[in-house]
Ligand binder design. Sequence first.
Ligand code: PSU
Ligand code: MN
Length: 327
Amino acid sequence: MLRKLSSSLRRHISTSCRSYRYDKLFKVHPSVREALAEHRPVVALESTIITHGMPYPHNLSTAKEVEAIVRAKGVTPATVGILDGTIHVGLSPEELDFMSRCKTALKVSRRDLPYVISKGLSGGTTVSGTMIAAHRAGIHVFVTGGIGGVHRDGENSLDVSADLTELGRTPIAVVSAGVKSILDIGRTLEFLETQGVCVATYGKSKSFPAFFSPSSGFTSPYSVHNAEEAAELIASTLSLGLQSGVLLAVPIPEEHAAAGQEIEGAIQAAVTEARLKGICGRDVTPFILQRVSELTEGQSLQGNIALIHNNAKVGSEIACALSERMK
Ligand code: PSU
Ligand code: MN
């Protein structure tokens, strides 16, 4: 039987959790801390895309390019990652370089955080892991490529990304190019509705984008036409005190969408291959991303990079509009 803790020990643990331990667990880069204190715009960026989403050196060059695009818009980038058991919001160039080469980095969603921290490990944060850290730091806008969703056959396997439940409980706006057609897009949108996530396509159409293609055959419940409208939507979520997120789906620019059909074929093949090989759980998404890139001889990687660049531009404009609105 567990011994009862003495009241002084209980007090010690609760104090140390609040201050000493907390500082060790969670580091906000000075550039991010200053921008937030001065109410300047900040955009959070994830790192699973660096550790598991793209091969070296494309992962590093893309991460650097995305940060540069954000900075060129006058916004402070805050790439989130876990280094030796500490959650970092904002990485130095050396830390970014380390993440991009780290072969032992884990893929960290909400459920993985306690383990990675307790063991002092390093990891790339998924959309769900990044949302938690960014929200804790006080950031409202987060840019990524694509989010996870309900996997095909998810009604049987229950393979539903923790990104969706996180969007239901953490008030951050996630800017993405929709979800990949490796997923069941219809069920993903249904699940987002159940979770209370406000979904809007960015631009003229309500068509919900499927990552490499500007349309998926499904529609978003709403659309926002520009950065100001997107900022209004986010500000309304915050004013209402809703503890849920917003998903802004940005279609891939037309000039990069051409290869969409060919990539679609590769996705079908990779999904079948994953099933035959018995790949499951957290390994499914990275496996399919890598196979699709191989099967399309890097074409999918180029499309992936192009849409992340575009999302970084759009997300930064939204962060600027939001910070103007909140002044
Ligand atoms: N989709 C992509 N690229 C990615 C991911 C998804 O096109 O890199 C990553 C993101 O970090 C996302 C995670 O949060 O995969 C989802 O993983 P899972 O499907 O296991 O929840
Ligand atoms: Mn999964």
